[in-house]
Design a protein around this ligand. Sequence first.
Ligand code: PMT
Length: 241
Amino acid sequence: MLPSRTQGACLRLPACLAADHRQTRAVNVLVTAGPTREPIDPVRFLSNRSSGKMGYELAAAFQHAGHTVLLVSGPTALDVPDGVDFLPVETAAEMHEAVSHHITRMDIAAFAAAVADYTPAAVAAEKIKKSAGTLTLELVKTPDILGSAREEMKFTGTLVGFAAETENLLAHARGKLVRKGCDLIIANDISQPGIGFDSNHNEVTLVYPDHDAPLPRASKHDLAHQLVQAILEIHLSRTAC
Ligand code: PMT
């Protein structure tokens, strides 16, 4: 007999049976990936050191597990994974608009993009010419896309952020978890050589509300499959009752 709800109570089945039953149900997943580009003039932009590999592997792993995936990505040199819906964007504002438009129909949203935190206050219409001395740019904050998912976008699904830190990794990641209303933060120590930005490998710590779980160094491909399992477990426990 399948699990059923009775007057708000959650019937407890053996965990393996409940998980097997529920994991076969496809869910809608939004993944952000890659850098954003913030134009300065027609030939220059500000950006971040992200290849998009981690986010694309995550999107492919969710798709491989049978889920429906929308990948919202800044500019990368990567091929779109087979079977994944793709929405290319350039700037943080465009990524914010794309996520706002689609997130409410999602069950899970995972934000692997390295979004520029600042953008030029004004974009020069013509190429800025070289002159002697220094050039000062006025920058303004971009929208915090992950940070606006709960309050502004009213997203009630499973919310996963990444944190890329050079110091105090776990403290900063935990701060983001709480401030941005996430169920999980995937914390990268980007001070370590050979992992993080651009590399084919990564080593992360899963930061949950009540504990941390370090994962060993692995290819981004293999790690993405572990991350999908961890995220789906959270999603199942959030939707269990
Ligand atoms: O792309 P790769 O080369 O494979 O590298 C992978 C990665 C290191 C980029 C990835 O694993 C990663 O850590 N992505 C997040 C990088 C980042 O910008 O972290 P952050 O600590 O600045 O941001 C925290 C979270 O808020 C992230 O989920 C980010 O997507 C999100 N954010 C940040 C700023 C902003 N304006 N809007 C956001 O949504």
